[in-house]
Design a protein around this ligand. Structure first.
Ligand code: GUN
Length: 291
């Protein structure tokens, strides 16, 4: 039986440290970190995520400004709001919850955010900065996953890392971060030949495909560290209601892996904690505070 990596506990510790830092920024520097959170439409999962982010802000003393726009909002209207937020010196971070409705080009919206306020780390210049090792704002889920890996394994240098999934939000930035840690990195995806064999080479296996229980126990090298990024809602016949499961078949995988993140309680809380981390970092950066 492998070790269960407790992302919730790690996230709580990180947030406690950030809360202390927010107190001293307010007292000593008259700086009140503030994030604007923009939700367009009524997607229930997005509303849940946004609610969790705003709640964490409240716990940490970070100001949050919620902008809930109608599902019929035009791209121009959203770009106007982003322009306003870019020019508001009291707003240090801007997050537009994705996906946005069909009439809006998500890339255009993300790339309209001032890169220094892009606490999601999705702006094309932040993606480029990460690719060349000049990290500015780093995407929250990969950053949180890396923190868990370093806490678990210490130095990652020389380890074989396989990232399953090539999204701009998780797979690609995760691979870039692992490469910066001198891992030997493979990005696997839906066209990869003999995916189970590729995964079996991994000392570190990151699953980010968005398919419930996709990664099987016999794809995992005994003793490997497994990071499950998936948050999938499935209907549980026995419970008679929906529940969250990851991209890894946790129960079986836990018999093989050395350590593994659960869902829920693994990467999910780290994503939000790293959003708080990025918001505090953005506020300090914009105020010229370097420590
Ligand atoms: N949708 C799914 N994950 C994310 C995320 O990390 N940030 C934003 N803005 N939208 C998302």
């Amino acid at each position: 039986m492998s070790k269960r990596i407790d992302g919730k506990a790690f996230a709580d510790r990180l947030c406690a440290t950030l809360a202390e830092e927010v107190v001293s920024l307010k007292q000593d520097k008259q700086l009140s970190p503030c994030i604007a959170v923009v939700l367009v439409g009524e997607d229930p999962a997005s509303a849940t995520y946004v609610g969790a982010k705003v709640k964490r802000c409240e716990q940490l003393g970070i100001d949050s400004r919620s902008h809930h726009l109608d599902v019929s909002t035009s791209e121009e209207e959203l770009l106007n709001l982003i322009d306003e937020l870019n020019n508001d010196p009291e707003v240090h971070g801007i997050l537009v919850q994705l996906p946005v409705p069909k009439q809006i080009n998500g890339d255009a919206v993300i790339n309209a955010i001032n890169p220094d306020k892009d606490v999601d780390g999705f702006h094309i210049s932040n993606a480029g900065a990460l690719a060349v090792g000049q990290n500015n704002m780093v995407p929250c889920t990969p950053l949180g996953s890396l923190m868990l890996l370093q806490d678990e394994l210490g130095d990652l240098s020389g380890l074989n890392a396989v990232v399953v999934g090539r999204s701009n939000i998780v797979g690609k930035p995760m691979a870039a971060l692992l490469l910066q840690q001198s891992c030997t990195v493979t990005i696997a995806h839906s066209r990869t030949k003999d995916l189970p064999a590729v995964c079996r080479e991994a000392d570190i296996l990151v699953a980010a495909v968005g398919i419930p229980h996709f990664v099987q126990a016999d794809w995992i090298k005994p003793g490997a560290t497994v990071i499950d990024v998936g948050i999938n809602r499935i209907f549980d016949e026995e419970l008679g209601k929906n529940r969250l499961v990851g991209d890894v078949d946790y129960t079986a995988a836990a018999e093989v892996a050395g350590a593994i993140t659960p869902v829920p309680g693994g990467v999910g809380p780290m994503t939000i904690a790293c959003l708080m981390y990025n918001t505090v970092a953005a506020a300090k950066n914009q105020a010229g505070i370097t420590s």
